[in-house]
Write a protein that binds this ligand. Structure first.
Ligand code: PGA
Length: 254
């Protein structure tokens, strides 16, 4: 019903030259295909074109995603990237609302909602991130915190094809720290996310939306998350920067 997804978030790593080499390495690792698993690679903006060329030249079995977008079509927005600029170079996915963008760059749920609408208007699939900070988890309020984010981030969205909207649950305390949530922790929140999506969009749509887990996901722990009913894949940071470890995670999902 839902294809699994493994998405790599390179964050601010890999120059253009390094990014091309990493994408070539990944193309080689995945040369036999990825079965029913949808694989997405999200390099920094200046690497996108280079990775797009590798995908084309190697006929690589992964899609290209950006890490950010602005919601306006064009104009005086220095430093920003418009949705049609992404489409034009072959990006079909875009991460939005990552906790690093919320935390360091002040992105709000309202911004994330506008970005989702702009992307979907251009047929780019949002990978919309949510997740709680440590103090919220320790206070036992993580489910309501994330449910609130989901409601705000999806407000007014129209999801005609549920395979074209992806949610990533990334507890902030587990990102880049080596501390993973347990598979049961992930299921608790991913299940609540799907229930919230069902309340908003109906069960059929919610059943078709991929909900990923992210936060220190690695080759040696990804299988445990994937066993859970409402965890459909992983958004991978650190472990996506080595072709062999990222490919191992794809293979674990196959
Ligand atoms: P990590 O990052 O796998 O390095 O923890 C995940 C993410 O922030 O998307």
């Amino acid at each position: 019903m839902r294809n699994r997804m493994i998405a790599g978030n390179w964050k601010m790593n890999e120059t253009y030259t390094e990014g091309v080499v990493l994408a070539q390495g990944l193309a080689k690792e995945l040369a036999d295909g990825t079965g029913d698993v949808d694989v997405v690679v999200c390099p920094p903006a200046v690497d996108l074109k280079g990775v797009a060329e590798v995908i084309e030249q190697e006929n690589a079995p992964f899609a290209l995603g950006a890490q950010n977008v602005y919601w306006e079509e064009s104009g005086a927005y220095t430093g920003e990237t418009a949705p049609n600029m992404l489409t034009n170079i072959g990006a079909t996915y875009c991460i939005i609302g990552h906790s690093e963008r919320r935390g360091y760059f002040g992105e709000t749920d309202e911004d994330i909602n506008k970005k989702a609408k702009a992307l979907m208007a251009h047929d780019i699939v949002p990978i919309s991130c949510c997740g709680e900070p440590l103090e919220v988890r320790e206070a036992g309020k993580h489910v309501e915190f994330v449910v609130d984010q989901i409601k705000k981030d999806t407000e007014g969205l129209e999801i005609a094809d549920p395979s074209k909207y992806v949610v990533a649950y990334e507890p902030i305390w587990a990102i880049g720290t080596g501390k993973t949530a347990t598979a049961d922790d992930a299921q608790e929140v991913c299940g609540a996310i799907r229930k919230t999506l069902a309340d908003i969009f109906g069960k059929e749509t919610a059943d078709g939306i991929r909900v990923l887990y992210g936060g220190s996901a690695k080759p040696n722990n990804v299988a445990g998350f994937l066993e859970k009913e409402d965890v459909d894949g992983a958004l991978v940071g650190g472990a996506s920067l080595k072709a062999d470890s990222f490919a191992a995670m794809v293979k674990a999902a196959m």
